[in-house]
Design a protein around this ligand. Structure first.
Ligand SMILES: [Zn+2]
Length: 180
């Protein structure tokens, strides 16, 4: 059964982008929990489920290093990525998860799919509604979303698994339709 799933999977390449890293910790919780660390842990867990579904997954970083935003997009392009999923956590006071989408066709649909899978009243917003007026995911030449998985606070492996399981299938399903 697993072999069948793998054979049917498209050659689409998903790039996961754990936000921040190195000198840029992202949001920091009162107890010192760094968003950059949460992002990497969540992205690595998500990868396990996407790989199990038969998808080739790339990363913009797999350790605690600083990678400039423009370089993240350039890396994804070099990997031939069809889909760009940036993994972030929100400020410690955030109450809900949410998903930003780039202006590229398909991004909004993917964002809505992922937000619905996340539940918890997750919001969906265009990147133009972010406090920067735009986001670096806008520079990716394909569907791109930036997921705020929840507030920056200590998360358990069980939480990361639950979140990864929730969004892996919707992402894989979208990829299959988008690249069909
Ligand atoms: Zn962030």
């Amino acid at each position: 059964m697993l072999l069948m799933v793998r054979r049917q999977a498209p050659s689409a390449y998903i790039v996961l982008d754990p936000g921040h890293g190195g000198q840029d910790p992202g949001a920091v919780a009162p107890d010192g929990t760094r968003e950059a660390d949460l992002n990497l842990a969540q992205a690595l867990t998500l990868k396990e489920y996407l790989v199990a579904l038969g998808y080739r997954v790339g990363f913009t970083r797999t350790s605690d290093v600083y990678v400039p935003l423009s370089e993240r997009i350039a890396m994804a392009r070099r990997m031939g990525a069809r889909l760009f999923v940036s993994v972030h956590h929100d400020t410690p006071t955030a109450s809900r998860p949410g998903v930003y989408y780039s202006p590229h066709p398909g991004s909004e649909e993917l964002a809505r799919t992922v937000a619905a899978a996340l539940g918890e009243g997750a919001w969906v917003r265009p990147s133009s509604a972010s406090r920067f007026g735009r986001l670096y995911i806008d520079d990716f030449p394909g569907p791109a979303i930036l997921v705020e998985f929840g507030p920056t606070r200590p998360t358990s492996r069980e939480e990361r698994i639950a979140r990864a399981q929730a969004v892996a299938s919707p992402i894989a399903e979208f990829t299959r339709r988008w690249t069909a």
